[in-house]
Design a protein around this ligand. Structure first.
Ligand SMILES: *Cc1c(COP(=O)(O)O)cnc(C)c1O
Length: 396
């Protein structure tokens, strides 16, 4: 017997779902070179333009003088450097939580947290559009796994009333990664309280963008540690560096240090990355103009789409998807945009549900208004395709 990998690969290709990588030859920013060609890009998660900020870069290179390059060991052995520790303290203060704990990335933070908190006698309740890392974490934990309808508190309650689990954990994206809409977090807080459950929010796309100081959904809705006990942020998006953190109570963080396997059994992030993040945290908090500029660009984009008759989703975040329908149409639109020098990657199943393939357009404070205008003009041209065949369902 062989594995017959070629058959599965061919099937994926036939379904229009084959993925391939492009090679980026520049730092992230509005203007990039990809596979040797220049583009105006609207698909990174560098929402505040910090991924190539000179001060952040300088902090990173200076820190390699102090700490070298590699973390060298796990946090519990001898890999927990002063840089990591200071960043954790600053993140705790930033989020208004007792403590914060660094992870190597968001995927591992989610796996670590959910499986440290839950076991077989517990239950996890997840929004059906949650990020893949949360869904995978729920499965890995061994807890009873239930999905509720997107942003539907009633659907969640129906499941909560029936459970007899020891611990109940409600888990949601803060800002949904592929749709850009906001979770009804205050309602979820109430629901959690009513059913004696805990709430966990993965705010990968809210930190930096939402809240007066970039504190994400927790700051936006003014939610305390008691109301929102498990708060996850990632550092590879608006922070412009790499890694992730969990913020919460002393007992939560100690539990993670003792039991989160993706924390314990891995090398710490390079200390220089932690130093760079301390600088980006400072910029993210204090440079309000980045959030203000982003808001102007989001408004400009949405108004432009309305004028063009392009269907928008309910998102006021920098994630502004244009839902195309079939995977083929999304790919065709993306290719048309590329011919006009605009880079937007199509997002297809299984990342999003069937029939909702989309262009996931993301805006950044580093974009300029004339660049958004250029995007709108190119979209108008390429949208011909989707207007002709609106919302084609994929039937498999
Ligand atoms: C990107 C993302 C992650 C993963 O974070 P990484 O640091 O890139 O591994 C987790 N959750 C959500 C909602 C995300 O968008």
């Amino acid at each position: 017997m062989t594995f017959n990998l070629e058959i599965d690969l061919a099937a994926r290709e036939k379904a229009g779902l084959y993925r391939s990588r492009k090679t980026l030859e520049t730092p992230q920013g509005p203007k990039v070179i990809v596979d040797g060609k220049p583009y105006l890009a609207f698909c990174s998660n560098d929402y505040l333009g910090l991924a190539n900020h000179p001060e952040v870069s300088r902090s990173m290179s200076a820190a390699t003088q102090d700490y070298g390059t590699g973390g060298g060991a796990s946090h519990l052995v001898v890999g927990h450097s002063r840089a990591h520790h200071q960043l954790e303290e600053e993140l705790a203060e930033f989020t208004g939580r007792e403590r914060a704990l660094l992870f190597s990335n968001g995927y591992m933070a989610n796996l670590g947290v959910i499986s440290a908190l839950l076991g077989k006698e517990d239950a996890v309740f997840q929004d059906r559009l949650n990020h893949a890392s949360l869904l995978d974490a729920g499965l890995l934990s061994g807890a009873r796994f239930q999905r509720y309808l997107h942003n539907d508190v009633e659907s969640l309650e129906k499941r909560l009333v029936k459970t007899e689990a020891r611990r109940k954990l409600i888990v949601t994206d803060g800002v949904f990664s592929m749709d850009g809409d906001l979770a009804p977090v205050p309602e979820l807080v109430e629901t959690a309280k009513k059913h004696n459950a805990w709430l966990m929010v993965d705010d990968a796309h809210g930190f930096g963008c939402l809240g007066k100081n970039g504190g994400g959904v927790a700051e936006h809705f003014g939610l305390s540690q008691q109301q929102l006990p498990v708060l996850v942020g990632t550092l590879g998006k608006a922070f412009g560096t790499a890694g992730a953190f969990v913020a919460g109570s002393e007992a939560l963080i100690e539990t993670l240090i003792q039991f989160a396997r993706t924390y314990i059994y891995t090398t710490s992030m390079p200390p220089a990355v932690a130093e760079a993040t301390r600088t980006s945290l400072r910029l993210l908090q204090h440079e309000n103009w980045r959030r203000e500029k982003l808001a102007v660009l989001i408004q400009q984009f949405r108004q432009g789409c309305k004028q063009l008759g392009l269907q928008l989703v309910n998102s006021h975040s920098p994630i502004q998807p244009v839902i195309v329908g079939s995977a083929e149409a999304a790919v065709a639109m993306s290719e048309q945009l590329a011919r006009d020098g605009i880079l937007v990657t199509p997002i297809r199943p299984p990342t999003v549900p069937k029939g909702t393939s989309r262009l996931r357009i993301t805006l950044s404070a580093s974009h300029e208004e004339h660049q958004v205008q250029q995007l709108l003009e190119a979209l108008d041209k390429s949208a011909y395709w989707s207007r002709k065949q609106p919302f084609q369902e994929e039937v498999s």
